[in-house]
Design a protein around this ligand. Structure first.
Ligand SMILES: [Zn+2]
Length: 222
């Protein structure tokens, strides 16, 4: 049993949260729940709600907290048989966190409350480089980075042998700056929030992916 089982990952866009979340979830054998993926899945359905979400994301805006909290509560409760979860991208604001906390304090969540907020600390100058270099295998979804995590054979996915890689449409310099601004204003206040609750632990997010994973392993003790 790991020291922590229901973990919220915090960190600026480009901190490696998504990558570390996937590694951590796999090694712990728990489900990684990405707020972004949940939203993109809704966008892919082409529903009215999906269109509204897409328009907001394109502008770097936040989706309504009620909607996000509803989606995440469903996802967290659905993972109850999987020993825990890793949450990437939620909560993204104090408003979301406080709304979620009210639900989390109900008996239904007894024994299922968030037990760690892990902050992946990365200096600003890393962020643009990190974001602009990353891509994902279109076949299996494995993450890569031109500099920090290249494929072993150039142009071939290590996991599935796929040869097509995609960058996220919103991974441009302009949107990075906008996302950083949103992070500072909306998400960074979660750091003192979780600190006050005694749930925050910081981890140095610089250096190779494996080194960061090792640091995380020492904290989570899985
Ligand atoms: Zn692949």
């Amino acid at each position: 049993m790991a020291a922590y089982n229901r973990i919220v990952l915090l960190g600026p866009p480009g901190s490696g949260k998504g990558t570390q979340g996937a590694i951590l979830a796999e090694r712990m054998g728990v489900k990684e729940i990405s707020a972004g993926e949940l939203l993109r899945a809704e966008v892919r359905t082409g529903s009215e709600l999906g269109k509204e979400i897409a328009a907001r994301i394109d502008k770097g805006n936040l989706v309504s907290p009620e909607l996000i909290v509803r989606l995440m509560v469903q996802a967290f409760l659905a993972s109850e048989n999987a020993n825990g979860f890793i949450s990437d991208g939620f909560p993204r604001s104090l408003e979301q966190a406080e709304m979620y906390e009210k639900i989390e304090n109900t008996p239904e969540f007894e024994g299922k409350r968030i037990d760690l907020a892990l902050l992946i600390d990365v200096p600003d100058e890393y962020i643009v480089e990190r974001i602009l270099g990353r891509s994902q295998c279109t076949k299996c979804g494995a993450y890569y980075h031109d500099k920090f995590k290249p494929t072993m054979v150039e142009g071939v996915c290590d996991v599935c042998g796929g040869k097509e890689f995609a960058k996220r449409a919103d991974d441009t310099e302009e949107t990075v700056v906008s996302r950083l601004r949103v992070y500072r204003e909306a998400t960074a206040p979660l750091i003192p929030y979780y600190e006050n609750k005694g749930l925050l632990v910081r981890v140095d997010g610089t250096g190779p992916i494996d080194a960061v994973s090792e640091r995380i392993k020492e904290i989570v003790k899985y």
